[in-house]
Design a protein around this ligand. Structure first.
Ligand SMILES: Cc1cc2nc3c(=O)[nH]c(=O)nc-3n(C[C@H](O)[C@H](O)[C@H](O)COP(=O)(O)O)c2cc1C
Length: 197
């Protein structure tokens, strides 16, 4: 998670993955923690071990199911190609982290994990949040899309006639899960249960 608006998207994805038996490595930038505290009811502690305990308890994770790493914990498995995850999702993704990934900076563990994912040809999904996009943002997204990165701007649809913020959040999380090939029932499929008058 990075410090773009839309912390709810990342938290809902985390909740879904943990409650459906997936193993998750969570990395949060410092701005992401600030945004979580501003946009949600959560008051996150500062250290990775405390955040791990907080979310494990909140989402009833099994022991070892969730691991949270510090920003410069270079011994974490995901810092190396030999420990790369099946897929990496940056959700929400700032334009700053988008830029760092596009030029391979690897100056913190989030950037490094994404860089490893790219070099190992693993799935990388960026839920970018900004509006409007500058030419720099668009060029960075195009560069990464051409490498196979899935650029998925936080941009929910309204055709399911949402009546709550939760439904809008679930829309985005559902689309991310689709690209992770994880079954879910967060959103009716296009053509199923959609009424056209
Ligand atoms: C409440 C809040 C909302 C923000 N929203 C966005 C946003 O939607 N998109 C974005 O690119 N940056 C946003 N920012 C700015 C980033 O947090 C800032 O550029 C930060 O340096 C990004 O660092 P990170 O990518 O390591 O998280 C926001 C900051 C705050 C405090």
């Amino acid at each position: 998670m990075t410090g773009a608006s839309g912390a709810q998207y990342g938290l809902r994805l985390l909740e879904f993955l943990l409650q459906n038996g997936h193993r998750v490595y969570l990395l949060m930038s410092r701005p992401a923690q600030v945004v979580v505290n501003m946009e949600t009811e959560h008051r996150l502690p500062g250290r990775a071990s405390e955040i791990q305990a907080y979310f494990s308890d909140l989402y009833s994770a099994q022991p070892g199911q969730l691991q949270v790493f510090e920003r410069e914990q270079w011994a974490a498995p995901i810092a190396s190609g030999s420990g790369v995850a099946d897929a990496t999702v940056v959700c929400p993704c700032t334009t700053g982290t988008l830029s760092a990934i596009a030029c391979g900076s690897s100056r913190n563990l989030i950037e490094r994990a994404a860089d490893v994912c790219l070099k190992e040809r693993k799935k990388l999904i960026l839920v970018v949040r900004e509006t409007p996009f500058s030419e720099i943002h668009l060029e960075n997204m195009l560069k990464l899309a051409r490498m196979g990165v899935i650029i998925m701007p936080a941009n929910p649809g309204f055709y399911q006639r949402p009546t709550s913020v939760q439904e809008l959040v679930d829309f985005m999380v559902a689309r991310v899960l689709d690209h992770l090939n994880i079954p879910h029932r967060l959103l009716p499929r296009w053509g199923d249960a959609l009424q056209v008058e």
